[in-house]
Structure formats: structure tokens, C-alpha cells
Design a protein around this ligand. Structure first.
Ligand code: NAP
Length: 473
């Protein structure tokens, strides 16, 4: 059997979404581990006044590509940026580009999508479903296509508890929905959206499910594979541990917990999260972020009331006081705004942090078993080998280094800042206790009696402790 790099030898690959998180990791790995791949064509739209070529040139200058640059200095020659907006008719491809792609592509990776959970339904349909349809149409015209890989999500069928490796019947026929959305105005669509979503939490998972159905219905004789990643975090080992470049999903939660008293995670799979929580907090206590607002902490709770209590006491009250301080010192208040944004982001994740699923992975197991020893080493997909403590530490350090661009040289100052925050907290707590003491104890006889009782108990305990320790000598 050929190895994976042998399979890619001399092949032309087409990737959509190559400027995104998953796409660029795929591009880097493909070029590094399958160095004899012929060309990687990437469909890229112009953005912020930058042409596709310039965007790709910028992208491959980032840290992710350092190792590849070192191993293969000329790797950029294998990347061809093709101007394309997937939401436009014919993917906005020029006739010339269409001819090139249909004439030479062997493998397609369709990664582009909108991953914003609450994208308006019309927009989510445009990219996640209609663009997929256009890609399938293009694939049908490719003369040498061997396989079409569609990147879906593990949550496409999150309305089920057991998710097997099959395409489930869709919530609605995508063709009917496309027709309906065509004549509806935005207001009507947004009114209708919750009804359409049914058990699904957002338009992202809904449209990803429809895209899977579309692939199944329209792939004809193409060889198609649908892959369903779950929530993707920082890199495990390659090109180096902990690489990540966005705030999405867990990264946002980690950064939030490191910046200040953090978001809540309702009833996550408790044992796993408790252990992850420990690693995140301990890493950030040892390696604090420069912008920390409070000492790193995280609370997991399944109780809505407790959650609301901590949000009020631990997030909103300090944010309000901090903003008051900023206002009084003539600066722009910002913490309440940040906290509100953070909570909104957490609300979006809430569905995923408060449900659990069982995924069947027979195909992945079969794939792992069929891989030769060389491939197993170069394309290790066996996450059972992952050492979680080490992974989490690298992940947290990755968010610090690559997402927040903080240098390790800033650590001593960040640690000093964290100690200052700890002292502020102790001072605040002491003032609070004295304040409560003044109100309750000084004014009520009963409170005073309880207070004296507690103090005398402590005193007795200390005397006993002192006596027993002197007896030993
Ligand atoms: N990240 C995860 O945790 C995760 C988990 C499960 C599944 N997935 C799936 O993995 C795939 C990639 O996700 P990601 O995290 O890499 O997303 P991402 O970082 O948001 O990247 C999205 C990509 O799609 C491109 N794109 C968007 N609209 C486009 C348009 N009109 N024309 C051309 N390109 C367009 C973006 O290009 P621009 O740079 O021009 O915007 C970008 O390259 C998606 O299918 C997603 O459903 C991701």
C-alpha cells in the first residue's frame, strides 16, 4: 500500500478556506509532510484592499510556517492563490481559472464556511450550503478528480445524543429552503429562524447539516468524504506545540479565565473539565497574562442561580467598580463593556458546554488501523496518546504567545502585576470583613455573643496547641 506522502506525489490539490484557522494548518501540514505534492491551489477572496496573492504572501509569513520555511525554503512556489468569492455566481472564478482547475485538480478540500454560530440564516445558507453546492458543481467538471473532502462539524447533528458516521435525514429539504429564502425578506427570515432550527442551537449547526445532505444528494459518482472535527484547539505537536491564532471556542475561555475571574461553564463533562480547569489556572498563575484584570480562576457549576450569583459578584460588581474608578480618573470606562461581550460569547457556547454526546468513530479506528508505521508517525491522529496536562500547558502558553502576542520576556512584570492583584484582593476582603463586623457585630448583642464565642474558641485552640507543642520538648 502507498504511504500518504507517496499518494500526494505529483498531485494538484485545491483548498477553500485556506486563510482560515483549519485551512492554513492543513496547507502547512500538506506541504511539509507531503513535500512532493505538485501544487496547492487556494481559493481566496480579496479582503481589506488586499488581493488574494498578497493575502497568501502575508499568511505564509506567520509563525505557523516557520518550520516549513526552514525545511523547504521554496515552499511558497507551490501555492497558487486563485481569486474567488464562494458566495458569487460561478465562485467568481475567471474562465481561465475554471479551465485550469477543472483540468488539473486531483483532490479538493472544501474547508470554507462561516463558523459564526448565530449568522443570519440567509448568510449562513449562502456560504455553508450554496457555496458547497457550487464547489460540488465545479468538482463534477474536474477531469482528474480523485476525491472531494468536505469539512463539516461533529455538531452538525447535535440534536441527537448518539452520533454515528452517517448522514442523517435533514431537518428540512435544503432545495425547498433555498427557494423559500429567495423571496423572503430578512425580517421574515429572522422571525422564522427559531422555528426552523428546532432542536438545534444555531444557524451554524443547522446549515452544516443541510450541507451534508446536499453533498450526499449531489455528489453523484464523485468520491466524497465528509469529515467532522469537533471543537479544534491548539496544535498538539506540529509544527510546534500550542500553536493557535484565534479566540474561538476554548481559547476564548482560557484567555478569559487568565484575564480575570472567568466565565462559567455549566455542567461540562465535570471530571474532565475540573482537571482541565486545574491545568489552565495553574499554567496562568505561573505564566500570567500581562493584561490580567483579576487573579486567574474558573468556576464550574450546573446551578443556574449560583452561576448568576457569581456573575453578579465576581464579574459585574468588580467591572462596575473598575469603570467607576476609570471614570473618576478621567478615563474611558471599558470593563463593563468587555464583561458584557464576554458573557454574550459564553452564552453562544453554553449549549455546547452543557450537553454531552456520544460519537461513533469506527471509520477513524479503521483508518488508524490501516495506516502503516511511517504514516502513523507522520500523521498521528491517535489522540489517546495525548498527555492532557502537557497539552493544556502548551495550549495556554500558545494563546499567550500567538493569540495575544505576549513575549516571555514580559513574564516577570506580569507576575509582579498578579501579586499586586492578589494584595488588592486581600485588602478588599479585609475591608469587607471589617465593614460587616461594624454593621452586624457592633449593633447586635447576639452577633456580639457569637463573635466572642468564636474568638474564645480560637484562643482555646491556640492555647491547647501551644501547650501540646511545649510538652514534646
Ligand atoms: N475551528 C473549529 O473548531 C472547527 C470545528 C469543527 C469544524 N470546523 C469546520 O472547519 C472549517 C474551517 O473552519 P475554520 O475554523 O478554519 O474557520 P475560519 O477560520 O473562520 O475560516 C473560514 C475560511 O472560509 C473563508 N471564507 C469565508 N467566506 C468566504 C467567501 N465568501 N469566499 C471565499 N472564502 C471564504 C475565509 O476566508 P477569509 O479569510 O477571506 O474570510 C476563511 O479562509 C469549517 O467548515 C468549519 O465548519 C471548524
Amino acid at each position: 500500500m502507498v504511504t500518504i506522502p507517496e499518494y500526494y506525489e505529483g498531485k494538484n490539490v485545491l483548498i477553500t478556506g485556506a486563510t482560515g484557522f483549519m485551512g492554513k494548518v492543513l496547507l502547512e501540514k500538506l506541504l511539509r509532510s507531503c513535500s512532493s505534492v505538485k501544487t496547492a491551489y487556494v481559493l481566496v477572496r480579496p479582503k481589506a484592499g488586499q488581493a488574494p496573492e498578497a493575502r497568501i504572501a502575508d499568511m505564509i509569513n506567520c509563525k505557523l510556517f516557520d518550520r516549513l520555511r526552514e525545511e523547504q525554503p521554496d515552499f511558497a512556489e507551490k501555492i497558487v492563490a486563485v481569486n474567488s468569492d464562494l458566495t458569487q455566481p460561478d465562485l467568481d472564478l475567471s474562465t481561465e481559472d475554471q479551465e485550469t482547475l477543472t483540468g488539473c485538480i486531483n483532490i479538493v478540500f472544501h474547508c470554507a464556511a462561516t463558523i459564526r454560530f448565530n449568522e443570519p440564516l440567509k448568510d449562513a445558507m449562502q456560504l455553508n450550503v450554496l457555496a458547497t453546492q457550487k464547489m460540488v458543481n465545479l468538482a463534477h467538471r474536474m477531469k482528474h478528480l480523485e476525491v472531494f473532502i468536505h469539512v463539516s462539524t461533529a455538531y452538525a447533528h447535535c440534536d441527537r445524543e448518539l452520533i454515528e458516521e452517517v448522514v442523517y435525514p435533514p431537518p428540512v429539504d435544503y432545495r425547498k429552503l433555498i427557494d423559500t429564502l429567495e423571496w423572503m425578506d430578512d425580517k421574515l427570515v429572522s422571525l422564522m429562524t427559531p422555528k426552523l432550527l428546532g432542536e438545534r442551537p444555531n444557524t451554524y449547526t443547522y446549515t452544516k447539516a443541510l450541507a451534508e445532505q446536499l453533498i450526499q444528494q449531489e455528489c453523484g459518482n464523485l468520491n466524497v468524504a465528509i469529515i467532522r472535527p469537533s471543537i479544534v484547539g491548539a496544535s498538539w505537536k506540529e509544527p510546534f506545540p500550542g500553536w493557535i491564532d484565534n479566540f474561538n471556542g476554548p481559547s476564548g475561555i482560557f484567555i478569559a479565565s487568565a484575564l480575570h475571574h472567568p466565565p462559567f461553564i455549566h455542567s461540562f463533562i465535570a471530571e474532565i473539565m475540573a482537571s482541565l480547569q486545574y491545568h489552565v489556572i495553574s499554567t496562568f498563575k505561573r505564566n500570567p497574562l500581562e493584561q490580567a484584570f483579576r487573579r486567574p480562576n474558573v468556576n464550574l457549576t450546573t446551578n443556574h442561580l449560583i452561576n448568576q450569583y457569581w456573575i453578579a459578584v465576581s464579574h459585574k460588581a468588580p467591572a462596575f467598580l473598575y469603570d467607576l474608578f476609570l471614570r473618576m480618573s478621567g478615563r474611558e470606562p471599558r470593563m463593563m463593556k468587555t464583561i458584557t461581550r464576554l458573557h454574550k460569547a459564553m452564552m453562544v457556547l453554553e449549549y455546547f458546554t452543557s450537553h454531552s454526546w456520544v460519537w461513533n468513530m469506527d471509520n477513524i479506528t479503521m483508518l488508524m488501523n490501516q495506516m502503516g508505521s511511517e504514516d502513523k508517525k507522520a500523521f498521528n491522529i491517535d489522540v489517546r496518546q495525548l498527555h492532557w496536562a502537557e497539552y493544556m500547558e502548551n495550549y495556554c502558553m500558545g494563546t499567550k504567545k500567538y493569540v495575544l502576542n505576549e513575549e516571555l520576556s514580559g513574564l516577570p512584570a506580569a507576575r509582579k502585576h498578579l501579586n499586586k492583584l492578589r494584595n488588592i484582593r486581600y485588602t478588599f476582603n479585609t475591608i469587607l470583613v471589617v465593614f460587616i463586623w461594624r454593621i452586624f457585630i457592633a449593633r447586635s448583642q447576639m452577633a456580639r455573643n457569637i463573635w466572642y464565642f468564636v474568638v474564645s474558641l480560637c484562643f482555646k485552640f491556640l492555647s491547647y496547641f501551644r501547650a501540646s507543642s511545649t510538652m514534646r520538648y
